[in-house]
Design a protein around this ligand. Sequence first.
Ligand code: CTP
Ligand code: CA
Length: 222
Amino acid sequence: VENALQPKYLQGKKILITAGPTFERIDAVRGITNSSSGKMGFAIAKAAIEAGAEVILVAGPTPLPTPLGARRVNVSSSQEMLGAVNAEVPRVDIFVSVAAVADYYVLNPSEQKIKKDAHILTLELAPNPDILANVAGLAEPPFCVGFAAESENLLEYGEQKRRRKKLPLLVANQVQDAMGAEDNEVFLLDDHGQHKLNRAPKLDIARAILQHTAKLYREYHN
Ligand code: CTP
Ligand code: CA
């Protein structure tokens, strides 16, 4: 519970957020992307500003307006997102990785528009680095919050992901519920266990995620 006399719960904290899809170029006019709208990440940015944080929002391609007060860095490919994150991460207290980062990039994108012919076209895809796992593995990482988009076995896969990436907090959501939608329903997974946030508008979910993040952040830093 907050009032005008209490400091806001993220006052003085610097938060880096990734949001939206990425776009991996195939040729001069085409690319591979996904159905992330960016709404959840932008809601986190808005909620973080409300809570008094300084916000850097690294955004993949999305038409969403920049939340008032956020510093936005636009990127397209996962490689660009990695570069933007690495440039900012040494100075932040908290990293919230909401972006739906492409797991693969196109090995040899064509400078020119690829012409059609009657044959099967094969694209070669190579794995992208995991931005979040890299940040969480730094010698002095910021407090890292991951997301997991799963289409099945939500809690099991989510907890596996949290452990593999060494995250103090992971937000697990069902892709069928989350992607592109106005509302979301998520599970918060941390060292204490799991906690459900019932279906609500993404801004409400974002506020609850950040309140939980601030609480855990204080536990880790005391
Ligand atoms: N993530 C990232 N960089 C990547 C891939 C994912 O930073 N190259 C981050 C996402 O922003 C999210 C978390 O890792 O916070 C989990 O992403 P998700 O796609 O659910 O998991 P993956 O580890 O990529 O595994 P998979 O897609 O196979 O389920
Ligand atoms: Ca993935």
